[in-house]
Write a protein that binds this ligand. Structure first.
Ligand code: ZN
Ligand code: ZN
Length: 586
């Protein structure tokens, strides 16, 4: 009996709205999803000129008989869904059986397919069947889409540059490879291999295939669960971050979804570990009962609504934060080797992710060479090597100061450079966070009260928040038309900067007006004060002061970043130093 059934009319109408084949990436997506549905364990995508000239998808799936091969191009044919209920829960991938007929109507298609017994070849041009004949073929399906939009010049003109087309195909294939680590994916454009996963089911190996070894070494495994959700996956160390969110991938029950709230909370969990406007690389799979999610079926992007969203966000946040507080996070400065790069890794043919990575990340990476360094080691051994010392911040012995800014330290492992301003900022920040979180702080009464003048609308906002200031142990009163007078302030205000600090606090209250939360308020004050009071760059401090600073830093929850997310220190291994001076067999 035919696997492809004629879709129920109502279902067809529900889905059909707005579905169009727009770009090469949407064609690739259709074909790959068909291959996945056909239970393939290997899917190879071969493009010529980013798919504009040819897109070929070859799989080793169940294949089709002659009847299905013809029916596959029928407008309302689908083998994937049979009832509306299926559509709601979406256990299978594709739900747009009619897409193949749309593709066939604007291109030249050759389909070769074989189930157990018989091979069939179908050729279609501009939607018309040219021939159907038996052929030799191994089990699976090979579909070739040539000259997309050849008969619709207007569409052709809308195609983006080859680079952009390829970028969106790569982006899609990366994501689908991450969703299906047990399927082997190969993506090739003009004979150069852009992605090659091994189908072993190991998610970290897929991450390796996409991002390369250096990033893979900096991915940390995470796991978290509550009654409704179970999350597993990998997150990057904070030193790895990019200017866009492309590396943040969330899967729900194995399918890529794009959910703004989830992305937000993931990025927030890194707050003060990296700049807020840079984004980590994250692959998280969320497993849950399908009845707890509501899938918004937009053909081009998947979003879902979660019931118990608050609990989910809480879980994600704690999972990431807990992980980051147990890790050593000193960026290691890698010294580039002088060997040449292999021919397949020249600039033009670098996989796009890698091109981006080259531009984005400040550490130098020569992953091929790293692999060379470890000729006899397995992938697992290389990844395992990042063993963690017990103490988060190692013993560091200061030796001097450079440019009145960077403290040079050493220990048996290598040389460390600490940014004294950033380090002091971190120490102060944690101090003020503690003070602000503790309501019993003392106050100082002022012999000469401080008067602050405000604009009339700022004054109105501030007046409504007097209570807040009183809770912080300020004694504040109205003074004249739109001024306030401060008679007492908490003791922890930085000496000599009291007026400035108070002005800043009032400014924060006014700014936060619309989405005020005490947490945000304390956060902004602590960040602001930490910077105010920190030693500035270009200020010489003694060795004793350096030691004190390092000891204070050691007591911090996160000694590795200033409150703005910049690193407090970087590090060269002893090996790096020897390498730079060619001291040991280089
Ligand atoms: Zn600062
Ligand atoms: Zn800072």
């Amino acid at each position: 009996m035919s696997k492809i059934r004629i879709m129920d009319e109502i279902l067809a109408n529900k889905i059909a709205a707005g579905e169009v084949v727009e770009r090469c990436a949407s064609v690739v997506k259709e074909l790959v999803e068909n291959s996945i549905d056909a239970k393939s364990s290997e899917i190879k995508i071969e493009l010529i000129d980013s798919g504009t000239r040819s897109i070929q998808v070859i799989d080793n799936g169940v294949g089709m008989d002659k009847e299905d091969a013809i029916l596959a191009f029928n407008r309302h044919a689908t083998s994937k869904l049979q009832t509306e209920d299926d559509l709601f829960h979406i256990h299978t991938l594709g739900f747009r059986g009619e897409a193949l007929s749309s593709i066939a109507s604007v291109s030249e298609v050759i389909l070769k397919t074989c189930n157990q017994q018989v091979g069939t070849e179908v050729k279609i041009e501009g939607g018309k069947i040219i021939y159907v004949e038996p052929c030799e073929s191994r089990k699976g399906t090979k579909i070739e889409i040539n000259n997309l939009f050849y008969n619709t010049p207007a569409r052709l003109k809308h195609m983006k540059s080859l680079y952009t087309e390829l970028a969106s195909i790569t982006d899609y294939v990366n994501k689908i490879a991450l969703s299906y680590p047990n399927i082997k994916f190969t993506l090739i454009n003009n004979n150069s291999v852009l992605l090659n996963t091994d189908g072993s089911g190991n998610l970290l190996k897929v991450i390796h295939a996409i991002y390369g070894l250096n990033i893979t070494k900096k991915m940390i495994e995470v796991h978290g669960e509550n009654n409704d959700y179970e999350i597993s996956g990998y997150i990057s160390l904070p030193e790895i971050h990019r200017s866009n969110r492309n590396g943040m991938i969330t899967l729900v029950n194995g399918r890529v979804v794009r959910n703004i709230e989830l992305n937000h909370v993931i990025n927030d969990s890194y707050h003060s570990y990296k700049p807020d406007n840079r984004y980590p690389i994250v692959v998280l799979n969320i497993e849950t009962d399908p009845t707890l999610i509501d899938v918004n079926i937009h053909p081009t992007k998947m979003d879902v609504k979660f019931s118990k969203m608050e609990e989910l966000l809480e879980l994600v946040k704690n999972m990431i934060k807990d992980k980051l507080t147990t890790k050593i996070l000193i960026p290691h400065i890698e010294i580039p080797e002088e060997k040449k790069m292999g021919p397949e890794y020249t600039e033009q043919t670098l996989p796009l992710e890698r091109v981006e990575e080259k531009l984005e990340i400040y550490t130098t990476k020569e992953e091929i060479l790293l692999e060379d360094e470890n000729p006899n080691k397995s992938f697992e051994e290389i990844i395992e090597e990042k063993e963690e010392p017990k103490e988060r911040l190692p013993e560091l012995y200061p030796v001097g100061l450079v440019h009145g800014t960077y403290i040079i330290c050493q220990n048996e492992n290598g040389m460390y450079m600490i940014d004294q301003h950033a380090a002091k900022e971190r120490v102060n920040y944690e101090y003020y966070k503690r003070k602000l979180g503790n309501p019993n702080h003392d106050s100082t009464s002022l012999l000469l009260p401080i008067t602050i003048e405000l604009s009339n609308n700022d004054f109105i906002i501030l007046k409504e928040n007097f209570q807040l200031l009183e809770n912080m142990k300020f004694k504040i009163e109205e003074f004249g038309v739109s001024s306030v007078i401060i008679k007492e302030h908490p003791t922890w205000l930085p000496k000599g900067y009291e007026k400035e600090a108070i002005e800043k606090i009032l400014e924060i209250i006014v700014q936060l007006e619309k989405n005020f939360s005490i947490e945000k308020f304390n956060e902004s004050i602590a960040t602001m004060m930490s910077c105010k009071l920190a030693i500035k760059a270009n200020m010489n401090i003694t060795l004793e002061e350096m030691e004190t600073l390092i000891n204070d830093l050691r007591k911090c929850q996160n000694p590795f970043h200033c409150p703005h997310g910049r690193p407090t220190m970087v590090y060269y291994t002893k090996y790096d130093l020897e390498k730079m001076f060619k001291r040991s067999g280089f």
